[in-house]
Write a protein that binds this ligand. Structure first.
Ligand code: ADP
Length: 588
């Protein structure tokens, strides 16, 4: 299926379906697995298989002894062998299962750790549903290979070779007849297996795309409803389901062909061997017991032969998953802990000749310069799409400027410790982000120490949010719903402000709410913000005239460039663009 989303990093060139053992081993090694579980599990699996191989030999003796008194010790021996081999096999299965689960758990931990540390630009290009699919489905595929297919392959191979050797020793001519069918079978099965692996690959991709698409739709369910887009979404969803269905059908066809082809070939071999054996028995050159035990070995190798064939399909499926997981793990992370911590207090924050583009060839900011002196209020104004939020993104260091630098006290902030940097910046955006969970969880989210209830109530009071929180049924422990749907826009903002109070940042980045708040909420939010801004350096994306008028310095941003700066009155005098903007925006 055509991949619908931009996922340039995960769509690297595939390796022609050849299994990348080195890559796979490297990936597994990264998880530091408990190898002893693998080895002990495998060894026990081989022992159990060995015991199974011995059964037909016992049966042979039993049958050849027919007509005489029952050989009791032999019978008991066979029963004990059964029980012991079943027990050993169970232990082996459990150990291998533990091994696989352990690897997949660590792999998921690594992936998760990676995902939350990836650069923001990665998230601009790849859908979250696709990432979770990697985290859940692809790791599962790898586990299947590791915990099921691989051990089964080893024991099957052992069983196959073991049975072959015993059969050769018993009767080499019969064995030769039987195994002449093997190359024939391979010839028939090989294309089917290859195709089946390829389809498995496509299915994983289609699944990731599907989960990406549905994830996004469901998380924007309000937009879907307000736009009456249910039918459209049903349609697009159904199309993807149909894609998956078509892939599933093809897979079903190949699976359906594979199994009867195998069975028919096996049956043919079986009948051939049986006929030959019957001739030999009647001619007296072979005992009845030998014939039966031979047939039992034949049955014993049917299963392993199928397992071996399936192994290659699983290998090919896991190959795609391995590649995608490895791609994801090799994505660059933010260097959160590198660089020296640097206090931002009493230093001027500035941008010097900054050029920036989210994507190559599409410049967004060019030659942006500004400075924000300590404890002043700097406002950014200008038409929407001009690049104001982008400037904030650079200040938070979500992105790096391509040219120029963001400086603090004249030094490039690139060299400062990123975690430390962000801990000193408070960002209150228009649609303040809220996580599912309690009010308490949201206030203390990411904090490195515990806070008392008194401290929390104190910041809520500073943010004029204590009133509505106190009225909630569970107070601080009230659930706010997914993305905070159970609190209003104004309340959400005041919670974000309370959170900023708690973090006590030296630099504030405020993205002023537009018209989304009612006037009462707006007044409360405004009051809370004014309180928050005291004693901090504040950079604010202004949407209200009063904010601009009160600011110490205004930068007018238009088309990714600073067209002018100064106080409101200075700009009204000197910059006609600004005058027009104010006139239209605020009807001045
Ligand atoms: P403002 O905040 O002034 O409204 P923005 O900084 O949000 O402007 O946007 C400036 C330009 O950058 C717009 O053309 C927008 O389409 C583009 N842009 C914003 N975010 C991204 C992104 N993550 N990837 C690509 N382009 C973006």
């Amino acid at each position: 299926m055509e991949r619908r989303m931009a996922a340039p990093r995960t769509a690297k060139k595939r390796q022609n379906g050849k299994f990348d053992f080195k890559g796979f081993l490297h990936l597994i090694r990264q998880t530091k697995p408990k190898y002893w579980q693998l080895w002990v599990g495998l060894t026990l699996g081989l022992i159990a298989t060995g015991a199974q191989l011995a059964v037909p030999k016992f049966a042979q003796s039993l049958i050849n002894g027919l007509g005489h008194a029952m050989n009791q010790p032999l019978l008991i021996g066979v029963i004990v062998l059964f029980v012991v081999s079943a027990a050993v096999s169970a232990i082996s299965g459990a150990l291998l299962g533990f091994f696989g689960e352990n690897v997949v758990a660590r792999l998921r931990s690594n992936l998760w750790q990676k995902l939350v540390r990836l650069r923001v630009s990665y998230f601009d290009n790849v859908k979250t549903g696709e990432m979770t699919s990697r985290l859940v489905n692809d790791t599962m595929q790898i586990k299947d290979l590791l915990a099921n297919s691989f051990p089964q392959m080893v024991t099957s191979l052992f069983q196959l070779v073991g049975a072959l050797v015993i059969m050769l020793l018993m009767d080499w001519r019969m064995t030769a007849i039987m195994f002449s069918a093997v190359p024939l079978m391979m010839l028939v099965m090989w294309p089917i297996m290859r195709q089946s692996g390829r389809i498995g690959h496509q299915r994983q991709d289609a699944m990731a795309a599907f989960s990406g698409e549905t994830d996004e739709t469901l998380s924007e369910i309000r937009l879907v409803k307000s736009s009456n887009a249910e039918s459209y979404e049903t349609q697009t969803g159904t199309e993807q389901i149909q894609d998956l269905y078509r892939i599933g059908l093809r897979e079903a066809i190949y699976d359906a062909i594979a199994s009867p082809v195998m069975t028919a070939t096996m049956l043919a071999v079986f009948v051939g061997v049986l006929a030959y054996a019957a001739v030999r028995v009647s001619a007296g050159t072979m005992s009845m017991g030998t014939m039966f035990s031979f047939m039992m070995y034949l049955f014993q190798i049917i299963g392993p032969a199928g397992t071996l064939a399936r192994f290659f399909t699983d290998l090919s499926k896991a190959n795609g998953s391995t590649e995608r997981v490895r791609d994801l793990l090799s994505e660059p992370e933010e260097a959160l802990s590198e660089g020296t911590p640097q206090s931002v207090s009493d230093a001027t924050l500035a941008m010097e000749h900054v050029d920036f583009a989210y994507e190559d060839g599409q410049p967004i900011l060019h030659d942006v310069n500004f400075d924000a002196k300590p404890n002043t209020v700097v406002a950014f104004a200008g038409p929407s799409g001009g690049g104001k939020s982008t400037i904030f993104g650079l200040l938070e260091r979500y992105y790096q400027p391509q040219n120029g630098q963001v400086t603090l006290g004249g030094a490039d902030v690139r060299d400062f410790n990123l975690s430390d940097w962000r801990s000193q910046i408070g960002y209150v955006s228009q649609d303040s982000a809220i996580m599912a969970g309690t009010i308490r969880h949201n206030l203390t989210y990411g904090a490195d120490r515990n806070f008392t209830d008194d401290e929390l109530w104190h910041v809520l009071k500073l943010a004029s949010a204590d009133g509505f929180v106190a009225k909630m049924t569970d107070g601080l422990d009230t659930q706010v719903g997914e993305r905070g749907v159970k609190v209003s826009g104004g309340q959400r903002q005041r919670l974000a402000i309370a959170r900023a109070f708690l973090r006590d940042p030296k630099i504030l980045l405020l993205d002023e709410a537009t018209a989304s708040l009612d006037s009462e909420s707006e007044a409360m939010v405004q009051q809370a913000l004014t309180e928050l801004m005291k004693g901090r350096t504040t950079l604010i994306i202004a949407h209200r005239l009063s904010t601009i008028v009160d600011a110490d310095n205004i930068y007018f941003i238009e088309d990714g460039h600073v067209s002018g700066h100064g106080t409101h009155h200075e700009l009204m005098e000197s910059l006609p663009l600004y005058r027009d903007y104010v006139r239209i925006q605020f009807k001045e």
